[in-house]
Design a protein around this ligand. Sequence first.
Ligand code: SF4
Ligand code: SF4
Length: 84
Amino acid sequence: MIRGTVLINRDICKGCELCIAACPQDSLGLSDQINRHGYRYVQLVQDNCTGCINCALVCPDCAITVYQEPRAKAKSSAQRVPAL
Ligand code: SF4
Ligand code: SF4
């Protein structure tokens, strides 16, 4: 089974919430903080990402990078593989 996580560039994100709607795991949510452009940015709010890459595919600003790793190796120092 694949485990995933995302890296979000908060200064590119404009808080449009498309990625939040696209995430089947409800892993994403808006931060209470704002970025340097004045937008609330998206952050990971649950540690249940499966690395499906839906969020990265819908983001119009390419603000999200998805990483996938085998769940069995998630607790080790296994190298992460960028999915997108
Ligand atoms: S990769 Fe999939 S599960 Fe993970 S945050 Fe993005 S949409 Fe959600
Ligand atoms: S789709 Fe992209 S720009 Fe829109 S909220 Fe998500 S990360 Fe930010």
